[in-house]
Design a protein around this ligand. Structure first.
Ligand code: IMP
Ligand code: MG
Length: 178
């Protein structure tokens, strides 16, 4: 089996338009608050960078690096924090910025751990929501796009650490090697 990527399912223009709308909502919702944006790396790097520039508030930013799928296309559910936040989140209004939520295990595990650090509030913004295989009861406060149960790459999302630099989202298709 050989993996290839097909046509974009979400174009660069669609992504940017949606992010501007998310930025406007977040700007309105967090006015007067102590917003701290936490990007979940590596996948959220592109989304985070575009989102933060359309939020018109004084924000603090930080990042977490979590383990990825490795060679598989299904998460193990045991998320490993490879690199932790560099700042305290106690008393802050934290908005976690994710690339995609599939089973919800990664997010559930992360929010559980971050909640123990005593933030004033903890909400989630994800570029993509893939609800078909959801097994955890997670609340997604801001969603860019809801997509079907297909493995997607691009705009931060990878397959074996490749394709993250595509400016759009594409479905990864498998083809027989001939
Ligand atoms: P979950 O724990 O099943 O919700 O998986 C979430 C994580 O798996 C995401 O943060 C991504 O890193 C990765 N992931 C899930 N679906 C995809 C996909 O379609 N393409 C690339 N990465 C994905
Ligand atoms: Mg992720």
């Amino acid at each position: 089996m050989k993996q290839i990527f097909g046509k974009p399912i979400i174009t660069e223009a669609q992504i940017q338009k949606r992010i501007r709308a998310l930025g406007a909502s977040i700007t309105a919702d967090y006015a007067g608050k102590d917003l701290m944006l936490v990007g979940v790396l590596k996948g959220a790097f592109a989304f985070f960078a575009d989102l933060v520039r359309v939020i018109h508030l004084a924000v603090d930013i930080d990042f977490l690096v979590v383990s990825s799928y490795g060679p598989k296309t299904r998460s193990s559910g045991r998320v490993r924090i490879i690199s932790d936040l560099t700042e305290e989140i106690k008393g802050k209004d934290v908005l976690l910025v994710e690339d995609i939520v599939d089973s919800g295990r990664t997010l559930r595990s992360l929010t559980r751990r971050l909640a123990m650090r005593g933030p004033e509030s903890l909400r989630v913004c994800t570029l993509l929501d893939k609800p078909e295989r959801r097994s955890e009861n997670v609340v997604l406060d801001y969603v860019g796009f809801t997509i079907p149960n297909k493995y997607v790459v691009g705009y931060g999302l990878d397959y074996r650490n490749q394709y993250r630099n595509l400016p759009y989202i594409a479905v990864l298709e498998s083809v027989e090697e001939g």
